[in-house]
Design a protein around this ligand. Structure first.
Ligand code: E4P
Length: 214
């Protein structure tokens, strides 16, 4: 499974990229606004750090505007994936951008039927938002289960990018189901690595090594 960082914070991207486990980065208008940066400048900075898919979301909602922004983003670098909302207009923009060889990540997916429509329009990635489904007292992971089953039946090339991840179990369960990518906030990288028995075991080894060196 590929691990993406879901952030526009440069320091976080540098930190986890140094661990050697960051395969790509996703951003959205909220993350860009939270970082308080210019979108183009920040995406170009991220491209310098991570050699993998970097998602940049369009701000327009009409077909023409999304295609125009998508062409601009696509010209920045071949690793830029244009993030489009899953609307009828987004679908049309996806089809046009894909026909020009520009890569697309369809975002804000909440049903398997939406994901299939995006795959049929040629999207490279589909992003189901499982945490936001959980927030509605529904089961986000069952969306991934349905999607992976449909993907197996029909062999779509489109990769399933699990988004809106809230905890490490979301990542592990997505892997058990065979999803392709998980995009997660920086703190999830820490949580995936942390185990109290590792800390306790290491403290004991350090203590004992001092005895043998004495
Ligand atoms: C994915 O590409 C989105 O940026 C993100 O995962 C949304 O997550 P949230 O529901 O925590 O905002």
């Amino acid at each position: 499974m590929k691990f993406f960082l879901d952030t526009a914070e440069l320091e976080d991207i540098k930190k986890y990229a140094a661990w050697g486990v960051v395969d790509g980065v996703t951003t959205n208008p909220s993350l860009i606004a939270k970082a308080g940066v210019d979108q183009e400048t920040r995406i170009k900075e991220i491209l310098e750090i991570v050699d993998g898919p970097i998602s940049s979301e369009v701000n327009a909602t009409d077909v023409e505007g999304m295609v125009e922004e998508g062409r601009k983003f696509g010209a920045w670098h071949e690793n830029v994936f244009v993030k489009l909302p899953t609307t009828p207009e987004g679908l049309q923009a996806c089809k046009i951008l894909r026909s020009e060889g520009i890569k697309v990540n369809m975002t804000l997916i909440f049903s398997v039927s939406q994901a299939v429509m995006c795959a049929k329009a040629g999207a490279n990635f589909v992003s189901p938002f499982i945490g936001r489904v959980d927030d509605m007292s529904q089961d986000g992971m069952s969306l991934i289960e349905e999607m992976t089953q449909v993907w197996m039946n029909y062999g779509f090339d489109t990769e399933i990018l699990v988004a809106s991840i809230r905890h490490p179990r979301h990542v592990v369960d997505s892997m058990r189901l065979g999803a392709d990518i998980a995009t997660m906030p920086p703190k999830i990288f820490d949580q995936l690595m942390k185990h109290p028995l590792t800390d306790i075991g290491l403290a004991k080894f350090i203590e004992d090594s001092k005895k043998s060196q004495a």
